[in-house]
Design a protein around this ligand. Structure first.
Ligand code: HEC
Ligand code: HEC
Length: 326
């Protein structure tokens, strides 16, 4: 048993007893993923891919993305991503947990205008944005069974949300992240990481595999390195990451202050990860680019360093004034 395995036992059990859905899924993930193939016959074997785009298959793809579409997938034609994350690594409880990065309300959000794409987008386009960025992969063909299944699952979640009571829609998240009026401190972020994150995500930030078999993906996903999200991903924006981290991490015990969430997001953001090509084509209208975007060009003269790590108040004030002039 490695030190991490014993850590895992120490943490997974009290967490599963003490908190909600996210951790239940985490624990279920450990027990269930090896049985996907055996319990349902050869359902996850490449030759036995469902011919139909069922919501159940969609759920499985979002929960076990690395295994089904990742670089270790046995059928080379079905390898669509280079990372070994699952969609559910960020969209907790396979998107069913209300709150930050929930997918319960996705159906209501589409079609919508995307500043990044510079046009109207559907759920399928948004799935492919996360495929290319969060999963460091390639777009799924829109008429593939996998795309149809994921979209059907997400549309189905909308029905599930409609049927939920007001109390089950509420989250027990801490107050939302508020940006501190200063630049993020990456050294302080490193200390937060070591104290509060390394226990699960590893001292090297590279995560902990679900089993000895890399093909099964991670139990605790990597925060940087070759198996993580790329530089074009939303999570690579420091304010987006800080919002998620403040709301959700440490998993089961989200007690960070705004300062800690900000600093640790910047520390993670500053580590090496896969680089996405042709990012300069994003946001044809540069003034629509989020102020914490990790890459230029911008419609302002603030240095890239400030867009990545703050202070953000001067940039916010600049765009506010620009909008008021219009
Ligand atoms: C590394 C974290 C991460 C991973 C992994 C990830 N996403 Fe996302 N996803 C995000 C972020 C961040 C957003 C954008 C939130 C925002 O715009 O503020 C997002 C947004 C979305 C949305 C839009 C939600 C809405 O209601 O508008 C969909 C749909 C989505 N993701 C699907 C997926 C799918 C499917 C996968 C797997 C193929 C996936 N995501 C993997 C981080 C991730
Ligand atoms: C108790 C274990 C645990 C701790 C401690 C923890 N995390 Fe996580 N984290 C997870 C798990 C598990 C997931 C994936 C969610 C899932 O699979 O249900 C995750 C997902 C993430 C993700 C999105 C996926 C990715 O790989 O980028 C980020 C970012 C993240 N954690 C950051 C942090 C930060 C920052 C801290 C420290 C402040 C932290 N986590 C502490 C267990 C933990």
């Amino acid at each position: 048993m490695s030190a991490r395995d014993s850590m895992l036992r120490r943490y997974a059990v009290p967490l599963a007893a003490g908190v909600g859905v996210g951790v239940a899924v985490l624990v279920a993930g450990v027990r269930l993923s090896p049985s996907i193939g055996s319990a349902s016959g050869a359902a996850s074997a490449p030759s036995a891919v469902p011919a139909e785009a069922t919501e159940e298959y969609g759920r499985r793809l979002i929960a076990h993305t690395a295994e089904l579409l990742g670089p270790d997938q046995g059928d080379p034609d079905r390898r669509f991503m280079d990372s070994r994350l699952n969609c559910a690594s960020c969209h907790l409880a396979v998107g069913t947990e209300p709150g930050t990065l929930t997918l319960l309300q996705t159906r209501e959000h589409y079609p919508r205008f995307s500043g990044r794409a510079g046009g109207m987008t559907e759920i399928e386009d948004r799935i492919n944005e996360c495929m290319q960025r969060s999963m460091n992969g390639r777009p799924l063909p829109v008429d593939s069974v996998e795309m149809k299944a994921m979209a059907a699952y997400l549309r189905g979640l909308g029905g599930q949300y409609d049927a939920m009571s007001a109390s089950s829609r509420k989250t027990d998240e801490p107050p939302p992240f508020a940006t501190p009026p200063r630049a993020a401190d990456r050294q302080a972020g490193r200390e937060v990481f070591e104290k509060r994150c390394a226990i699960c995500h590893g001292g090297d930030g590279l995560g902990l595999l679900a089993s000895g078999d890399k093909a099964k993906g991670y139990l605790f996903p990597p925060l940087w390195g070759p198996d993580s999200f790329n530089t074009g991903a939303g999570m690579h924006r420091v304010l987006t990451a800080a919002r998620f981290i403040k709301a959700r991490m440490p998993l089961g015990e989200p007690t960070l202050t705004n300062d800690e969430a900000f600093d640790v997001a910047a520390f993670i953001n500053d580590q090496p990860r896969p680089v996405m090509a042709a990012l300069e084509n994003d946001y044809p209208d540069r003034s629509a680019k989020p102020i914490d975007n990790g890459y230029g060009p911008f419609a302002d003269d603030f240095p890239l360093e400030q867009h990545r790590f703050g202070p953000f108040a001067p940039i916010e004030a600049y765009y506010k004034a620009l909008r008021e002039k219009k």
